[in-house]
Write a protein that binds this ligand. Structure first.
Ligand code: NAD
Ligand code: UD2
Length: 308
């Protein structure tokens, strides 16, 4: 049985995907440089799992990791938008060159199916807070968003030219257990829930009325595993969100209710490149994938708080 390669498999989304694939009986190979991911996220004693510590920016390492695989889930990236603003050169290596290396290695080794973790960030500003569909003009505001959009275009080139089968997902805001809260640029739910549980002050960047479309990790896994094994891939990118906009102030109120109160909250200047609203039109997702029943944000928060 040929393994599925999961780049970024020691991270938040990747390690959950690894668990799901192993549970389905797949062999899994992980390539991760452990810049954010952790060995402890992986069941390293499982004989079906092989772990390679290495960088997707290193073409030789990627070629070695891709060789012999049946499919690739390319999730490795510096997921922090702010990190890309602070250091565009370094993040470009992971977020764009890494994708190109994966495409080239797949072409060389004749591997076709690749799942790619793109982002709602490719759309840029959404001042009105309307649901955005996949045809909305793209206006990447940050190096992170530009690298994701460029990666999509390269995957499409390799599809047309070399027969790759890319399943491109534009994730909105995914949350759940194992999302690492330790950096100030970690996912907002991981930071807010950890600080609320520890009674530490919370910083809100902006007025807290910015909105996000939060999607629980377990629901995402149902989609990713379908995309890896479906007879055909969906052509073009697919939004992953519930078409529900939740403000940070609402999120804090929900966390406060579940935790029996909130620590001190300070409102600070908005972050550079921060998107005001983000909300997915998910008609393409509904048309092409069997969607699991929605895990509401409150329900997802309850699971997350119970496991931390
Ligand atoms: P994460 O930081 O937990 O996972 C990313 C993993 O990639 C980490 O394990 C990290 O060590 C690894 N990595 C980073 N650079 C690497 C490199 N150069 N070589 C090898 N490994 C490298 O983040 P996540 O939230 O699990 O994100 C997974 C993917 O989904 C990323 O591509 C991210 O951009 C994308 N995404 C995430 C969200 C979200 O809400 N979490 C939204 C949109 C897109
Ligand atoms: C997330 C993903 C990014 C991406 C995008 C797509 C992470 C870390 N980032 O970016 O990869 O593809 O979604 O939609 O998963 N905030 C605070 N206080 C804090 C932390 C954050 O106010 O302590 C604000 C932040 O300024 C932003 C909002 O919370 O307005 C969400 O921030 P985020 O970093 O969780 O996610 P986002 O949407 O920038």
């Amino acid at each position: 049985m040929r393994p599925v390669l999961v780049t970024g498999g020691a991270g938040f989304i990747g390690s959950h995907l690894v668990d799901a694939l192993l549970a389905q009986g797949h062999r899994v190979r992980v390539l991760d440089n452990l810049s954010m991911g952790k060995r402890s996220n992986l069941p390293l004693d499982n004989p079906l799992l092989q772990f390679i510590q290495g960088d997707v920016a290193d073409a030789a390492v990627v070629a070695q990791a891709v060789a012999g695989c049946v499919a690739v889930a390319h999730l490795a990236a510096v997921a922090s938008v702010q990190a890309s603003v602070d250091d565009p050169v370094a993040t470009h290596q992971s977020n764009f060159v890494g994708t190109l290396n994966v495409c080239e290695a797949m072409r060389l080794h004749g591997v076709k199916r690749v799942l790619f973790a793109s982002s709602a960030a490719v759309y840029g500003h959404n001042g009105e807070g309307m649901a955005i569909d996949e045809n909305t003009p793209k206006a990447p505001l940050t190096p992170y968003a530009a690298d994701k959009l460029a990666s999509e275009h390269y995957l499409d080139f390799y599809r047309r030219q070399h027969g790759l089968e890319p399943a491109i997902f534009r994730f909105f805001n995914i949350f759940g257990p194992r999302q690492d809260p330790s950096s100030p640029y970690s996912g907002v739910i991981s930071i807010f829930t950890q600080r609320a549980q520890q009674g530490l002050p919370i910083s809100v960047f902006g007025d807290g009325e910015q909105t996000r479309d939060f999607f629980y990790i377990a629901d995402l896994l149902a989609l990713l595993t379908q995309a890896l094994t479906a007879p055909q891939v969906v052509e073009g990118a697919v939004n992953v969100g519930w078409n529900q906009a939740v403000s940070l102030n609402q999120l804090l109120a929900d966390i406060g209710e579940l935790c029996g109160g909130l620590p001190a909250i300070t409102y600070q200047a908005p972050r550079a490149g921060d998107i005001r609203h983000s909300r997915a039109d998910n008609q393409r997702l509904q048309a092409h994938y069997q969607l699991p029943p929605t895990t509401s944000m409150q329900e997802g928060l309850r699971h997350l708080l119970a496991q931390s």
